[in-house]
Unconditional design. Structure first.
Length: 153
């Protein structure tokens, strides 16, 4: 238990540093995303003005999937989040490569759906690096819940 709390604390400050992609390339590639997504801080600072068809992606790295308040996600993505899916680089890249197949694999439901229909064949690591560079560190409870192992009785 103590190790998972320490790991969670350390990871709070490490998310942007561990992104493998190129931030500058990701900022440019985000142009493909901004027709549906914006990046705006909770304080109202607009980093990238974009559409509202998709959720605001500020703070997405380290966030529980399907949990951005005020956006109506597919029930299947919400279920994946409730099942422990937290956005990291690997999960994000897999999702944007093929959202429907990703949600199906995460939920184990062969009929699961995603509202996102856009697919990005390459550059997902760069977009994730960009989003991580402009986002706050993940909330401690989200990281701790994702890394904590069940207590043995």
């Amino acid at each position: 238990m103590k190790l998972s709390v320490v790991a969670a604390f350390v990871s709070l400050f490490a998310v942007p540093a561990f992104a493998e992609g190129d931030i500058a390339k990701g900022e440019k590639a985000f142009n493909k995303c901004k027709s549906c997504h914006s990046v705006a801080s909770d304080a109202g600072d607009t980093i990238v003005k974009g559409g509202k068809t998709g959720p605001n992606l500020w703070g997405m790295p380290g966030r529980v999937a399907g949990s951005y308040e005020g956006f109506k996600f597919s029930k299947d993505l919400v279920a994946a989040g409730e099942g422990g899916l937290v956005w990291n680089e690997e999960k994000f890249v897999a999702f944007i490569t093929n959202p429907k197949d990703f949600v199906r694999a995460e939920t184990g439901n062969s009929k699961a759906k995603s509202k996102m229909s856009f697919r990005l064949k390459k550059g997902g690591e760069d977009i994730y690096a960009f989003l991580a560079s402009v986002s706050p560190a993940p909330i401690a409870e989200e990281v701790e819940g994702a890394t904590e192992e069940p207590a043995s009785n």
